[in-house]
Design a protein around this ligand. Sequence first.
Ligand SMILES: Nc1ncnc2c1ncn2[C@@H]1O[C@H](COP(=O)(O)OP(=O)(O)OP(=O)(O)O)[C@@H](O)[C@H]1O
Length: 242
Amino acid sequence: MSTGQAIRIENLCHSYDGGTVTLRDVSLSIGEGEKVALIGPNGAGKSTLLLAMTLFLQPKSVEGQILIHGVEACRKNEKDVRKLITPVLQNPDEQLFMPTVLEDVAFGPLNMGLEVDQARQHAMEAIEQVGLSGLEERSPYHLSAGQKRAAAIATVLSMEPRIITMDEPDTSLDPRSRDHLIELLGSLEQTLVIATCNMHFAAKTCERAVLIDDGKVVVDGPTKELLRDEELMTRHGLETVV
Ligand SMILES: Nc1ncnc2c1ncn2[C@@H]1O[C@H](COP(=O)(O)OP(=O)(O)OP(=O)(O)O)[C@@H](O)[C@H]1O
């Protein structure tokens, strides 16, 4: 249920090193608590759009405006923006670098200035939420692909951002792990923006989908309606889901 505006993007343009144009005049509003899939073929600009929202692009390469809960996403507001919106990276290994799962999940809250006990409490809750209780002392390197994905999500949940972005979170998951992830995402109250090329995954996790191709928003609407449109899906190299 949407209670306010979480993300507002206006006329966003971006190019890498003044070369490849990746985002062309993208405008988009996402309400608080919405779960939105960014769908589109490889190279469409989905990851770049997530990087723009989470301030991971060179400021000079971006034109237009992004507001995160009313705060302009720019360098001078970096600290505030990072508290509001946090990415789960495409590769969990980039998010897990401490000796144990617990230390990894507590790292964010500690970094935000929480006392050790409080950070541990947040971490334990996040670990339970993602179904990894009992694995707190395990090295992240010794987790399965599905467990790594869950641990990476826990490192973000423990910081309690209001918005979470995820880039291809279903990559390398077997059907059972994917089902666990779908269940977990369904249980989250945060606003979620999920980039995916997997239309079945999009249909199961997000009520709304934004189709991006060649850096432009092509269509924005109910996921199931978009995915049923065979002509639209085929035109953009995507799979129809009936
Ligand atoms: N660091 C970079 N430098 C230059 N070009 C890049 C860089 N990263 C991505 N690109 C290019 O930008 C375009 C958009 O890429 P992006 O990763 O945002 O697409 P995507 O929709 O997420 O694709 P995929 O589904 O394959 O992950 C592509 O043409 C890609 O080659």
